[in-house]
Structures are given as C-alpha cells and as structure tokens.
Write a protein that binds this ligand. Sequence first.
Ligand code: HEM
Length: 299
Amino acid sequence: MRQFVSYILSASFLATLAVTQESCSQEWWDLASDFEEFFFRDETCSGVARAAIRLAFHDCFPGSCDGSMINADECWDREENAQMARICSILGEKADEYGVGTADIIQFAAGMSVLDFLFRSIADRIEPAIGLASCSGGPVTSFYSGRQDSFDATPLGMMPNATTDAITMIDLFSSRNFSKTELVALTGAHTIARQLDGTGMDNTAGEWDNSFYSDTSTNSAPRSVAADTFLAQAGETGEEWRTVGETQQSFMDAFVPAMEKLSLMGSDKDDLFDCSDVVQWYAGNSGGRRRGRKGAPEG
Ligand code: HEM
C-alpha cells in the first residue's frame, strides 16, 4: 500500500515541480519548518539528526540515492541499518504526508540535520540557558529535489563496515568515482557520531569540528571505528587525512562538495531542481525567532 501511495504522490510531486520551476515548491519550505520543530524538540545533538546524516550515506552509496532504504525496507531488514530504523519510519511518514519523494526527503533531512548543528551553535549564543552548549558548527549544504524513487532493494555487501581496511575502502569509493580526499572528507561526518552505547568518535562529539581527524590519528578519541583509524594511519590516505583535517575550514571546504556529490549519486544535477535556498534561508535565519515559522519567505 505504501508503495502505491508513494507512486501516486511522487507522480503528483513531479507534476507540481514541472509547473513551479522558478521557485522551490512549498512542500520543502513546510517540511523545513516541520523538521526544525521536530529536531529542536528532540534531545540535543539529537540521535535523529545524527541518524539522518548517516542515512543519506547508506541510501546513496550502493549506487544511487533512490529511497530504497525506506521503500524497500532496507532500514528494517538489514542489521547494519538498525540505528536508522527510527529516522526511516519518521521520514517515510513525512514523505507521504507532504507528497514528496522518499529519495529526496532523505537527502533533505540530512542537509537540515547537518544544519541543525549550526542552529544549535547560534541558539547557544542567543539562549545559553536552554542548555544546548554541546552542539555546534555544522556547514550549510546544498539540496536538490526530483530524484527517482526505487522500490527494489540494493544488493547486499555494497557498504563498507566498521573493520574495512583502507585499501578496500579506497577501491570501494573509487569504483563510485570518489577520490581519496572525498572519502576522507565524508568520513569526517563521524565528528558528531556516537557508537551504539553513546560513546563519541572524537572528544567533541557534539561539535562539527576537525578535531575528529587528530583524535583519530593519535588514538585519543573515546572510541574510534577501526575503519577510520585505518584511513588515518594508512600510507595511502595519511596525507589526505592530514590535509582535510588540518583546519576547520579545510574540513568544511572538502566536506561540503563531497556531500553534494554523494547526494547526487544516480542523478544528473541538470535534471534536478536546485532547492538549496530552503536550507540556506534556514541557515541565515536561524536563532530563537525562527521557531514557529511556516512557508517560504515573502518578497
Ligand atoms: C567511509 C566509510 C564509513 C564507515 C566504515 C562507517 C562506519 C560507521 C559505523 C560502524 C558506525 C556506527 C558505530 C556504532 O554503531 O557503534 C557509523 C556511524 C555513523 N556514520 Fe559512518 N561510516 C562511514 C562513512 C560515513 C559517511 C560518508 C557518513 C555521512 C556522510 C557517515 C555518517 C555516520 C554518522 C552520522 C554516524 C553516527 C550515527 C549516530 O550517532 O547515531 N558515515 N559509521
């Protein structure tokens, strides 16, 4: 039934898109407002936001950002995705509610979640009393809509895992046209990641910062994923690890385009619609007053 409803909704969504090319369709503005409320209500540096960022990777990396994580039940059927089951349920329902594509909403939620960390740093400065001090620093990413949804599960074994060695990881990423620098930059998303027991993957897990790189290479993170340590210490990727992680700026400069490239896997950018202004508007207008706002800005 969900498949049928999704087909109808994505068909109507694409039809809407075709006649509103000059501006991003209203659904995304409404969703941004909804997400903002949702993420803000959840616990700080929320598990939902972190899972949404990870979900974007898992949906795209097997070959195409196609929504199959949700549409083909990969979130629930595959143990490697267990941490994302809750965000998948939320986004599946929101896609139906707002009549948008599943593949698109996954990428949108990731962008809003990365931004969520930026929101919190601003909220901290405006309302320090509300106790969000440990979240800060996320970059502003792009968002494109119009991806094709798929209801077919991707083959098993396409994802790297916690113990994948550096050479295998380089090969996996290279087979999908990602350079070593892009691989290292994307892995930097672990700056805000937590293991299942809540332990951070760097000493500042609430902050989107470059200390993940030095903490991992010096073995001083509370608990690293072995695959990250391999990348940090391997001769093949050590230089990229140092260059990308050198400063906050070098991390952001490498991460943002790599994340965009990841989010466009399986699509031609020219066939999609650039909705980045929604994310950018929220980035520029974040802070205490942004809550409760609905719809696109006027004028
Ligand atoms: C490059 C290969 C990668 C490997 C081997 C990998 C592996 C892992 C593993 C094993 C965990 C969970 C740790 C646990 O459950 O205890 C994790 C968490 C996470 N990963 Fe990755 N990952 C990779 C790349 C990425 C990328 C590209 C992104 C996003 C752009 C990403 C985002 C995340 C996030 C946000 C979490 C934390 C989720 C949470 O805190 O709930 N990862 N990753």
